[in-house]
Every structure is written in structure tokens, then in C-alpha cells.
Ligand binder design. Structure first.
Ligand code: RBF
Length: 165
């Protein structure tokens, strides 16, 4: 069976909630900064496009993707008004097993931070075989995964508010 590849960057704009009353943080890893800066810009532009105020988008940087979990935890802990955090990083497969350890730690860590603070923490981590695959997903032929992270954050905050009404 042939399945059509779904590029989530082609989302339905009408289904994205307004972020006017939202406060959404972004934590960006400095490793592979050409990629992570492009993802962060995509996320920022999207949050602004959907009405989140500039002053309600705090941005912090951490050295590498492994530190994204701690960065998100610190942001949540020190800012009770924060509705969600988007974690942005890029891990490229190397010759050693670091790739596996970092990816495992970040995915599990982000889940733990979200559950601990009972607020959405978004996984915008590229885990690619090479730099070209990362470029393709940071504004290239497969869209910008930072944009998708921002849309996901808006949807999750709206969901949380709806369920907690
Ligand atoms: N951080 C990334 O965000 N992306 C990477 O591709 C990446 N590769 C790494 C490879 C090695 C061998 C090491 C030691 C670290 C790497 N890091 C990478 C950094 C990692 O996320 C973290 O900042 C450091 O391990 C310090 O805790």
C-alpha cells in the first residue's frame, strides 16, 4: 500500500487556537546552532502569528540537547505563569553511541518535566542521520519542525484550558 507522506508543517491554520492569552517559553540547544536557530525562528514566528505577545515568549539557551530537560524544568519552576515550553534541539548520528543516549534522555526527560509540572512540554528535537536531513526539516523540503512545535504547543495549551474549565 502506498501511503502519502504527511508533512505536518502543512497544518490547517483554521484549527490553530489563538495564543493571545498564552505564555509559551522556548528552550534552544546551542549544538548544531545553524539548525536550532532556524527551528527557533520558525517557532517564534508561528507563536507571534497566532497572537502570542512577544513579552510572553521567554527564550533561553542551553549548551546541548541533553540539557533541554533541565532548561525546561528550570523555566517551569521559576515561572508559574508559563503555559508550555517548546524544547528545540538537533542530534546528528555520529560514530559513537552518544546519539542513542542523548535521544533517550531527552525524550524521557521531557515527558517527566511535563508530568511533574502538569503543563505541556513540546518535543521539537531533530534526530537525524546527517546534516542534510536536518536542513530538510529546518526550513527545507520537509518543512520546519519548529513551526510544528509551536502549533502543537498552542493546541495543547488550548486543550489544557478547555479541560480545566
Ligand atoms: N548535543 C546536541 O544537541 N546534538 C548533538 O548532535 C550532540 N552530539 C554530541 C556528541 C558527543 C560525542 C558529545 C560528548 C556530546 C554531544 N552533544 C550533542 C552535547 C550534549 O547534548 C551535552 O551538551 C553534553 O553531553 C554535556 O552534557
Amino acid at each position: 500500500m502506498i501511503t502519502k507522506k504527511k508533512n505536518l508543517s502543512e497544518y490547517n491554520a483554521a484549527e490553530v487556537p489563538s495564543g493571545e492569552a498564552f505564555r509559551i517559553g522556548i528552550v534552544v540547544a546551542e549544538w548544531n546552532s545553524e539548525i536550532t536557530n532556524a527551528l527557533a525562528q520558525g517557532a517564534l514566528d508561528t507563536l507571534l502569528q497566532y497572537g502570542v505577545a512577544t513579552e510572553n515568549i521567554p527564550i533561553v539557551h542551553v549548551p546541548g540537547s541533553f540539557e533541554l530537560t533541565t532548561g525546561a524544568d528550570l523555566m517551569m519552576k521559576n515561572d508559574s505563569r508559563l503555559d508550555a515550553v517548546i524544547c528545540i534541539g538537533c542530534v546528528i548520528q555520529g560514530e559513537t553511541r552518544h546519539f542513542d543516549f542523548i535521544c533517550e534522555a531527552v525524550s524521557q526527560g521531557i515527558t517527566n518535566v511535563a508530568l511533574k509540572h502538569e503543563r505541556p512540554v513540546i518535543f521539537s528535537l531533530l534526530t537525524t542521520n546527517d546534516m542534510q536531513q536536518a536542513l530538510d526539516r529546518a526550513g527545507g523540503k520537509h518543512g520546519n519542525k519548529g513551526v510544528e512545535g509551536a502549533v502543537t504547543a498552542l493546541k495543547m495549551v488550548a486543550l489544557q484550558r478547555k479541560l480545566e474549565e
